[in-house]
Write a protein that binds this ligand. Structure first.
Ligand code: SF4
Ligand code: SF4
Length: 469
């Protein structure tokens, strides 16, 4: 059955022409208040102090000063009963890997507690800045001016660095206007030195290169979807990294899904908020989430499911949004969101399609499951799928954290700890037969490549090479 024409026509919004890529605007929002109003003290009462979460925390393992998830979560929230308890600054040392969430036998909402506490702490670091931004969003420019004088005194280099890292999409939108120049500048030794010493962004890592053409530019140039379908429809949440840095992953998703007859739409979107949660920038996260929830909700109403190729993005849409925000469509988006490989495995006979594929481009794979994949119960999917296929040898390199956790491993003071956490994974990768790394998370991929020198691929790229090319 073909769709009515009006329904199959892509809107300008889907091509991303309604807004420039670096200037996604949204209506002003009441930021943050309801997040801190959500009462987490009952969750704290569910904690029976078994300390399982502490033993699962990769940061506590390498950082003696970090008190661990039990303190950061239930203990701080119990203290808050007195209402005069200040959030401990060590909350900013939590990388938001969310492994403690997964480990707790009593379903204590640890990461929700951490995110909320971190938001409250960061809120207190620069109140005039947040107030000024809110006033500007409300058109209250005179009020905004009244805050300006206090802002410089409140801002620390660390706060500025964390906000820059959290808002990677904004920086990437600017940098990708002139990708070659940006890549040249960012890879320069002097730039790295300056970033390291002045901003606290480590110079030990190579800054990810910007693609010559973003995914959205490619999608627009291509004219959008090549397949139309009344019943196989997905709205793609590509996230910033696949758009600006690794459009080959997003293109692989398009080609694989179209190979299976899916109609794909690419809604206007902003960062999932993952780096913002990790840095306590809840107001920024809320603004981005509102745009995402509204636009994805529209597509869900029209019969689309949401897929994400990054496990942290799907994690944010599925778990963190409902835990932290109460937009009307939040729950609906959460229920209809899937990781891209997970969705294909649910709806297609991928195992059958791959069974007889023999000449494959990436035959020997060393797979790392991102921590956020574990929380979604999809940490074994790639190994289950590819170990059944004749053309592949795949090895799981263990259940340790990669150590980078988004922005954590990019901070100068955290770099060594990040590499210490990742050492287990590096070692297992070196021991594995496979010479190509495999993971669904772009920052885990960065860390895997950085720690071993291996080429790293996304499962969608492997599927594309096996089933489409
Ligand atoms: S694992 Fe859960 S129950 Fe055990 S100490 Fe941590 S929060 Fe409490
Ligand atoms: S989210 Fe990760 S780093 Fe943070 S407390 Fe939990 S296990 Fe530790």
């Amino acid at each position: 059955m073909s769709k009515p024409e009006s329904e199959s026509e892509p809107t300008p919004d889907e091509y991303g022409t309604a807004q420039s890529e670096s200037e996604f605007e949204s209506d002003p929002v009441e930021a943050f208040d309801d997040a801190i109003d959500m009462d987490l003290r009952s969750g704290a009462d569910d904690c029976y102090k078994c300390s399982t979460c502490d033993t699962s925390c990769p940061v506590a393992e390498v950082d003696d000063e970090f008190p661990g998830p039990k303190f950061q979560g239930p203990e701080q929230w119990r203290l808050k009963r007195g209402d005069d308890h200040d959030i401990d600054p060590s909350i900013t040392d939590c990388s938001n890997c969310m492994r403690c969430d997964n480990a707790c036998p009593s379903s204590v909402p640890l990461s929700q507690m951490h995110n909320t506490a971190r938001g409250e702490y960061v809120e207190g670091l620069a109140p005039s800045l947040w107030n000024a931004e809110d006033a500007i969003a409300d058109g209250e420019y005179r009020e905004a001016l009244s805050y300006l004088g206090d802002i410089p005194a409140e801002l620390s280099i660390e706060f500025v660095r964390n906000r820059v890292l959290s808002n990677y999409g904004t920086m990437a939108g600017l940098g990708s206007k002139f990708p070659r120049l940006t890549n040249f500048v960012m890879s320069n030794r002097i730039t790295k030195e300056v970033n390291d010493r002045l901003l606290g962004i480590t110079g030990e890592r190579d800054f990810p290169e910007f693609a010559d053409q973003t995914f959205r530019e490619w999608w627009r140039e291509r004219g959008g979807p090549k397949v139309e379908s009344a019943d196989k429809r997905v709205a793609y949440f590509h996230g910033d990294y696949s758009n600006y840095n690794t459009p080959e992953v997003a293109k692989a998703m398009v080609r694989v899904y179209e190979r299976f007859g899916y109609e794909i739409r690419v809604p206007t979107q902003r960062c999932s908020g993952t780096p913002m949660f990790a840095n306590g920038m809840l107001r920024d996260a809320r603004r981005a989430a509102e745009v995402n929830v509204t636009n994805l909700g529209d597509f869900i109403d029209r019969g689309y499911d949401v897929i994400a190729s990054c496990t942290s993005c799907s994690m944010a849409l599925r778990q963190e949004y409902p835990e932290l925000f109460d937009f009307e469509e939040t729950e609906k988006v959460s229920v209809h969101t899937y990781e891209a490989l997970e969705y294909l495995r649910i709806h297609e006979d991928l195992e059958g399609e791959l069974r007889d594929v023999k000449d494959v481009e990436f035959p020997d794979l060393a797979y790392h499951a991102p921590c956020h994949a574990r929380n979604q119960g999809i940490s074994t999917q790639a190994v289950e799928l590819l170990s059944e296929a004749e053309g592949f040898e795949i090895e799981d390199v263990g259940d340790s954290c990669s150590g980078i956790s988004g922005t954590y491993g990019w901070k100068t003071e955290k770099y060594d700890k990040s590499m210490q956490i990742g050492e287990d994974m590096f070692e297992h990768m070196r021991d594995a037969e496979g010479d190509t790394g495999l993971t669904e998370c772009p920052t885990c991929a960065m860390q895997m490549g950085h720690g071993t020198g291996y080429e790293i691929r996304h499962p969608l790229e492997v599927l594309e090479a096996a089933l489409v090319n």
